[in-house]
Write a protein that binds this ligand. Structure first.
Ligand code: FMN
Length: 166
């Protein structure tokens, strides 16, 4: 079995989760940034990770899923600045899942990721009040994903691989 961990990450948060997941896979495996992946045909299973950007999946990830995930067995992992339990996050995760609506999504993981300072500054300077509200979340996101969240990502990886192999 050949497993791919593919991710996009602008400020390193999703990359940390990708590396935690990759570390738990005992099968033949590769880890790549999404822009280096031409398709999923060479793999039996793929974990695909990206951040939420502007209230939905990051556009390159959305495009990748729409173009390449039909008929594939995949798992999604997603980071975002809003707290995990917020209602908005549930809606944005649903939109993310819909981008891969023709895939067999075995499992999904999401966790909070720190808003990098240049991003906070950019969001606080935006004309869009929703973007400014995100900028204000900044301090509450510091240090995420922390070790507890990375451990949850490792558990997600192990449980997903058990489901895939069953
Ligand atoms: C332009 C921009 C828009 C963002 N929009 C959202 C959003 O709508 N909801 C959210 O929860 N987080 C949002 N974020 C925060 C990122 O999803 C979060 O910091 C994520 O962990 C970044 O992952 P990365 O470090 O892998 O790039 C946004 C970040 C940027 C830069």
């Amino acid at each position: 079995m050949k497993v791919l961990v593919a991710y996009m990450s602008q400020t390193g948060n999703t990359q940390k989760v990708a590396e935690a997941i990759h570390g738990e896979i005992s099968e033949d495996k590769e880890i790549k940034t999404l822009d280096a992946v031409e398709g999923l045909d060479a793999y039996d299973f793929a974990f695909i990770g990206f951040p939420l950007i502007a209230f939905g999946p990051a556009e390159p990830a959305k495009k990748f899923l729409e173009a390449h995930s039909a008929g594939k067995r995949i798992a999604l992992f997603i980071t975002h600045a809003a707290p995990e339990e917020s209602e908005e996050v549930k809606g944005w995760l649903k939109t993310s899942r819909e981008a891969a609506s023709k895939a067999d999504i075995v499992s999904m993981f999401d966790c909070q990721g720190e808003l990098a300072q240049p991003v906070i500054d950019m969001l606080l300077g935006s004309d869009d009040p929703n973007m400014r509200a995100f900028g204000e979340l900044g301090p509450s996101t510091k240090g995420q994903p922390d070790e507890t969240r990375l451990e949850a990502a490792r558990t997600f990886a192990r449980e997903t691989m058990e489901m895939v192999k069953a």
